[in-house]
Design a protein around this ligand. Structure first.
Ligand code: ATP
Ligand code: MG
Length: 157
């Protein structure tokens, strides 16, 4: 990791132009809720890759006309970044496995997006390398939310 002092707002704001075209193309709106600013120690390129991966999943697994919420919130000892979609959701029995390498919920339904099933394994790895956490809440056929926390103070391992 290339650890620098980075703005948490930029992690959210810089990702928007990268994913906007893909979202527009599918008629999906991305709403931003940024109510805080602060700095963390982290690898800016890797953390942007995390947010890009989560938003790309949200676009891929949300039907046209859906909405994606990208939020940044201040917590006591960490910042919270959430990506919430109104998409197809994840069946309860699959939720515990989605962070495994090559795991895809349903090959038939995911085929169109042409992924490999590595995205979330990489996301989890990067978040944990920053001493952060990642959680998922999902309701099948309703939508999914991924929550990432990144500590305000980074301690070297
Ligand atoms: P890639 O390696 O290109 O990212 P992928 O998107 O299939 O491929 P992951 O990002 O690791 O792989 O996601 C794993 C699986 O979890 C997906 O195949 C999909 O079934 C499910 N999934 C991930 N994000 C969502 C989401 N926002 N809504 C519904 N299902 C999701
Ligand atoms: Mg993916």
């Amino acid at each position: 990791l290339n650890i620098e002092h980075i703005s948490v707002q930029s992690l959210v704001k810089d990702v928007i132009p990268i994913v906007e075209q893909q979202a527009n193309h599918k008629g999906i709106e991305i709403e931003q809720y940024v109510d805080t600013e602060g700095y963390i120690d982290g690898d800016s390129a890797r953390l942007k890759q995390v947010v890009i991966n989560l938003v790309t999943n949200a676009i891929n697994y949300t039907p046209s006309g859906g909405t994606i919420k990208l939020e940044l919130k201040n917590q006591k000892n960490s910042f919270l970044i959430s990506v919430t979609d109104s998409g197809i959701g994840i069946p309860k029995e699959d939720v515990p496995r989605i962070f495994e390498r090559f795991y895809r919920v349903d090959k038939a339904r995911s085929r169109n997006s042409g992924g490999t099933g590595l995205g979330l394994a990489i996301v989890k790895h990067i978040v944990e390398a920053h001493h952060g956490t990642i959680d998922v809440e999902s309701e099948y056929q309703k939508g999914t939310a991924f929550h990432i926390t990144l500590p305000k103070k980074f301690t070297k391992r």
